[in-house]
Design a binder for this molecule. Sequence first.
Ligand SMILES: Nc1ncnc2c1ncn2[C@@H]1O[C@H](COP(=O)(O)OP(=O)(O)OP(=O)(O)O)[C@@H](O)[C@H]1O
Length: 356
Amino acid sequence: MSELMVKLNNVVKSFDDNVVVKNINMDIKAGEFLTLLGPSGCGKTTTLRMIAGFEQPTDGEVIIDGKEVSNIPPHKRDVNTVFQSYALFPHMNVTDNVAFGLKMKKVNKDDIKRRVMEALKLVQLESFAERKPDQLSGGQKQRVAIARALVNSPKVLLLDEPLGALDLKLRKQMQVELKHLQQKLGITFIYVTHDQEEALTMSDRIAVMNGGIIEQLGSPDEIYERPASRFVADFIGETNLFEGKVVELDEKHAYLDLSGHKIPIVPTNPVSLDEEVSMAIRPERIHLHNETNGSDFAIPGKVVEHIYVGSVIKTVVSLPGGYQVTVNETPEVAHSFNVDQDVYVNWEPDKAVIIA
Ligand SMILES: Nc1ncnc2c1ncn2[C@@H]1O[C@H](COP(=O)(O)OP(=O)(O)OP(=O)(O)O)[C@@H](O)[C@H]1O
C-alpha cells in the first residue's frame, strides 16, 4: 500500500472572493480507504469534486496516478463518483443503468454483458437486473450506483455521502459491505462524510477538515486517541477539555494545575514550565472512586446526574474550578454512585492528551 495514487499539491479553491479550500496537501496511497470528514460547509465536497474533475482548482495541482489532471475533464480521468442522490436513469432498468458508461465508450456487447453481471454480483443484485429504479429500495438503488461506478474499473472511487439517505440500520450494514468491497477490490476509495462514527468504522485514514483546511490526517486510532487540535478533540467522539498551567516537569510527566490539584500527564509533544495548555480526556478513560485509593492523583467532585445511553451510563461529575466531566461507566459501576454523592475521579496519565 505504499504506491501513491492521488496527490493534492497546494490546492486552493475560491468561488468569487470566498476561499473554501485553503492550500491543501495530501498524499493518498493506492488501495487506501481515505475519508474526508468535517462539518457542513468545511470544503469536503469541493475537494472531492476537484479530484473528480467537476471543479478546477483556483491554484495548485491534482495528480492522479502520477499524472497532473487539473485540466482534464471528469470522463477522461481514472475515477468514478458515487453520489448520495444515486443519479440513476429512471427509465432504464438496473442492467442498462450499469451498462450505460460502457456503451458510451463503445465497449463490445459481450464484454459489456460480462462486466455488468460481474459488477451486479459484487453488490449482490444479480436477481434485480431487470428492475427499474422505482422498484428498488434506497439501499438497492445505492448498490446500483456503486455497481455503475465499479463497472468502469476505476483506479479511484469517489463517494460523496453515499449512505446519507439511508436509515441508520441499513447505513450500518452498507458501511460494512462497502468496506469489504473495497478490501476485496483493492481500489482506492475517497469517501466524504460528516458522520464521525462512519469515518472511524470504515477508513484506513481520516482527513479531518474545518474551514477549508485539514486539521489532522491520521488513522482512526490516532485521530481518536491523539487529537492534534481542540477542534478534532471536540468533533470526534465526546471529550472532556481542561485548561491549565504546567507547574512541574519530571522525566516522564508534565503536571498541570487544575484549580489547585496537580494532574500528571505523559506529554506527546514538548511542553515548558508555566505554559498554559489544553488537555483532553475521553469519558471512557475516566474512573469514579469512593476514595482516593492512594493513586497518583484523584480530583474530588460531586455526581450531578446519570444519563442512560444503552450499554453505558454517562455520569456527569462537577469538579473544582467550575469544570464538569462526563464519565462513561457500565451500569453496574455507575449505579454504585448516587446523585449528589461526593466522589473522586482519576485516569491513567498517558490517556490524557495535551492539544494545541
Ligand atoms: N459552486 C459554488 N459556488 C459558490 N460557493 C460554493 C459552490 N460550491 C460550494 N460552495 C461553498 O463552498 C463551501 C464549501 O462547500 P462544500 O460543499 O465543499 O462543503 P461540505 O464540507 O461538503 O459541506 P456539506 O457536508 O454540507 O456538503 C460552502 O460555504 C459552500 O457554500
